[in-house]
Design a protein around this ligand. Structure first.
Ligand SMILES: Nc1ncnc2c1ncn2[C@@H]1O[C@H](COP(=O)(O)OP(=O)(O)OP(=O)(O)O)[C@@H](O)[C@H]1O
Length: 417
């Protein structure tokens, strides 16, 4: 039988210290299901999952965690939960999760033990995953964290398509190779319409405990740059910290063992940013296919979602102001009005701009004055794609490009005054 601690987890709902989680429950009793993923292995995804869960708990939420790495479970070890002891079951045949440090936990490691590999075929992995989420007596949870295995394969797709995820947090380290793979993982989630809640950069700066000098061993700021490029929130950067390893190995995660350490404080900041993102996500635009002439399928215009500290690259409204003008309202309250022909001219797809040199291939003289969109579609939560009435339909405008375009136009107008 799996040992469980008495339930010290905070109360669900109005008593919580953090802003109450918003939105309808994703599963009965569970407000938000949040996947934590990465492209590359070993970037600290499980460490982040565990400490983020504990930091959310510190903010007053009740939190569960599923070790969705069915083939290589590591969460029991990090939390100090004995492995190979099957969990207790309710009379109705639902699994009772283990409890440690106030978190409710389910992992394949509890069934198989640490050193016995679970040899399962793809469909079985999917079945276990569904059981670990839907077949568990979770009780009331504000957040259920799913620690995904690395990669962009079957498990991630099964989860993304079969679970009502509130979104995914992507963990990366600052090296180029990790960023590249994280970007691929991010795109996969966007393709299957899972909101990206933000990027966490792990192992950024190492501060020598002897001399106090800081070194960026794996470079610096790549995660932040990626978030800007893709218009995705940057949740925070964690230092490279030897104590994180020791704490993880000893089953006492750093947020529990050293709550005042720099790492723990960053975790609490990341948890708060994640909660803010979930609030914002409730108000963000839903996917759309928008017929320009008839305005059928027009996306929302959510003025109520404007926040002074809102993201610059997150649109909260798109509007056909008149047949020649597309307005975009950004979360920080700024509005851009784009002439649709200017948007056609600014297309930078491979047909309009030479990829290697950046040389413009599109001659403005060849673009008719009355060019306008036939259709505009959302592309993940980072861009829109245009189908133009001149037959061109390969261009995608990312929100960060559109915001920059609006800014350039504004500067030009000021210069011309
Ligand atoms: N910020 C950090 N500073 C130092 N070490 C860290 C940090 N984050 C994680 N680690 C260490 O890196 C190793 C890998 O971490 P972890 O197992 O969390 O990665 P993962 O991405 O989940 O791996 P996998 O791909 O196997 O699932 C562990 O030894 C962990 O203690």
């Amino acid at each position: 039988m799996q040992t469980t601690e008495p339930d010290h987890s905070p109360q669900h709902g109005p008593d919580a210290l953090s802003p109450p989680p918003v939105g309808p429950e994703k599963l009965p009793g569970i407000r938000h299901i949040i996947a934590v993923g990465s492209g590359k292995g070993g970037v600290g995804k499980s460490t982040v999952s565990v400490n983020l869960a504990l930091a959310l708990q510190q903010l007053g939420a009740s939190v569960g965690i599923v070790d969705a790495d069915i083939l290589g479970p590591s969460i029991p070890g990090m939390l100090g939960i004995p492995t190979g002891e099957p969990p207790a079951m309710t009379p109705q045949g639902r699994m009772i999760p283990a409890q440690k440090h106030g978190l409710k936990v389910v992992s394949m490691g509890m069934l198989t033990g640490d050193d016995k590999p679970a040899v399962l075929r793809g469909p079985m992995v999917g079945k276990y995953l569904k059981m670990f989420v839907g077949g568990v007596q979770w009780g009331l949870l504000d957040y259920l964290i799913l620690d995904l295995p690395p990669g962009t394969g079957d498990t991630q797709l099964t989860l993304a398509q079969s679970m009502p995820l509130s979104g995914v947090v992507i963990v990366t380290t600052p090296q180029a190779v990790s960023l590249k793979i994280a970007r691929r993982g991010l795109r996969m989630f966007e393709k299957v319409q899972v909101p990206i809640l933000g990027i966490v950069e792990n192992m950024r700066t190492f501060t020598c405990p002897h001399c106090g000098e800081s070194t960026d061993i794996f470079r610096h700021g790549g995660g932040e740059q990626m978030s800007q490029e893709l218009g995705v929130a940057f949740l925070g950067a964690l230092p490279l910290d030897a104590d994180v390893v020791t704490c993880g190995d000893e089953g006492r995660p750093i947020v529990v063992d050293q709550p005042t350490s720099v790492s723990s404080q960053v975790y609490v900041t990341i948890a708060a940013a994640l909660v803010a993102q979930l609030h914002a996500a409730v108000a963000t635009l839903k996917p759309f296919v928008w017929k320009w002439d008839s305005n059928q399928g027009a996306p929302a215009w959510l003025e109520d979602a404007v926040r002074p500290a809102g993201a610059r690259n997150t649109p909260i409204g798109l509007l056909r102001r008149d047949p020649r003008t597309l307005s975009i309202l950004w979360e920080d309250g700024h509005r851009d009005d784009f002439d649709v022909r200017d948007l056609r001219l600014s297309c930078h797809c491979a047909l309009c701009v030479e990829e290697m040199s950046g040389r413009k291939l599109l001659d403005p003289k060849t673009v008719r004055p009355d060019v306008s969109p036939r259709q505009i579609v959302s592309v993940g939560n980072y861009a829109i794609g245009f189908d133009w009435n001149d037959g061109h339909n390969s261009g995608i405008h990312s929100f960060s490009d559109l915001r920059a375009l609006g800014e350039r136009a504004m500067t030009k107008n000021v210069e011309n005054v």
